[in-house]
Write a protein that binds this ligand. Structure first.
Ligand code: NCD
Ligand code: ZN
Length: 346
């Protein structure tokens, strides 16, 4: 029987939302993860250190007392960010990173303005502060095929920025393609978060036997060979790749609509999904590097002193497959994989 101990994992890319949804989902992340890097794409987005501090307080209000969960906050990049405020948010520790969204690429990114290449002053301040730029890497150029959006964004938009600012530290968020893995490997200043769903599913799962809204996210889940490249990068122990769940809850009303909302809720079982991917790849010994060590080092932390135990079983009754919230149900990703794993604190 496979049974392993790991330092308590971190989630380096998480959407917690606000209000009723926040109160429904926060506990899942707090139970599993030590840190979570919280994305700023609310409506309106988080754009100041005061917004970030207030949002952090609302998150902590929804977490059990006694939990050691630490939300780390990010700001929504734009040319309108107050750079003095960013400096003070960095100094006080309330702002951990800045996230760039291409306008129109994903949920709530219609609020973004301008291209990455136009944000020169912001890039300079990030370098000065030694603060990471987090990038949603999708080209929204109309000539770009949806499955090539990541490759084209990296080539057309991120490569010139990396060249111009070699000291800038960059995280490609939810890397989804072989081209993305190659880009990270070719740029020492760039690392990448990887999601459970991009490691465990491919576009055939999304599209081949009836379209599955519950597997629709941005960047879209890509080809089998892209998935193989992600699995190789994640399971190989390379310190430039680490877990970011991109858990992004939407109600079933929004998921089963004519225009399907992008995002997959995996906070409950994402860890089990990743454990199953590593198990099937024969790489369970590298799981701790991916979920508990590599990302922590990138963001300046030692691995947690707390431990969890993961035990693989033939099958178990998972229980919940749907989260019931005050504003509607949310389907949980990873129930199949969760049936093979028991996760418990030590
Ligand atoms: C995320 C969301 O819903 O906020 N959706 C998604 O498909 N991943 C936004 C994002 O990270 O792209
Ligand atoms: Zn996301």
């Amino acid at each position: 029987m496979t049974s392993i101990l790991l330092p308590r994992p971190d989630d380096w890319h998480l959407h917690l939302r606000d209000d009723e949804m926040l109160s429904a989902v926060a506990g899942y992340s707090a139970k599993r993860f030590r840190h979570a890097l919280v994305m700023p794409n609310l409506r309106p987005p988080i754009t100041s250190s005061a917004d970030a501090a207030a949002y952090r307080a609302r998150i902590l209000d929804q977490v059990d007392e006694g939990s050691s969960f630490v939300p780390l906050m990010t700001l929504f990049a734009s040319s309108e960010l107050d750079l003095e405020d960013l400096r003070s948010g960095s100094e006080s520790g309330v702002v951990k990173a800045v996230k760039f969204y291409p306008p129109g690429a994903t949920t709530n990114s219609d609020q973004a303005k301008g291209s990455l290449g136009s944000l020169h002053e912001l890039m300079e301040v990030l370098v000065e502060l030694d603060m990471r730029l987090l990038v949603h890497a999708e080209s929204t150029d109309p000539d770009v095929d949806v499955f090539d959006r990541e490759a084209k964004f990296l080539d057309r938009q991120l490569a010139p920025v990396c060249e111009r600012y070699p000291e800038l530290k960059v995280t490609v968020e939810h890397v989804s393609t072989a081209a993305g893995v190659d880009f990270v490997n070719a740029h020492p200043q760039v690392v990448a978060s990887v999601t459970p769903h991009h490691l465990a599913r491919e576009r055939g799962d999304l599209l081949a036997s009836g379209m599955k809204p519950d597997l629709f996210c941005k960047p879209v889940i890509n080809s089998a060979s892209d998935r193989a490249a992600l699995v190789a990068a994640a399971t190989g122990g390379d310190s430039g790749f680490f877990l970011g769940t991109d858990s992004a809850p939407h109600t079933s009303t929004a998921k089963y609509a004519p225009t399907v909302a992008a995002g997959i809720f995996n906070a409950a079982y994402g860890l089990e999904v990743v454990a199953e991917v590593f198990h099937r790849a024969g790489a369970i010994d590298n799981l701790g590097a991916f979920v508990s060590v590599n990302g922590a080092a990138v963001y300046g932390y030692e691995p947690s002193d707390e431990q969890i135990r993961l035990t693989r079983v033939e099958s178990r009754d998972v229980g919940e497959s749907k989260l019931v919230t005050a504003i509607g149900d949310v389907v949980m990703f990873g129930v199949e994989e969760a049936a093979h794993w028991i996760v418990e604190p030590v």
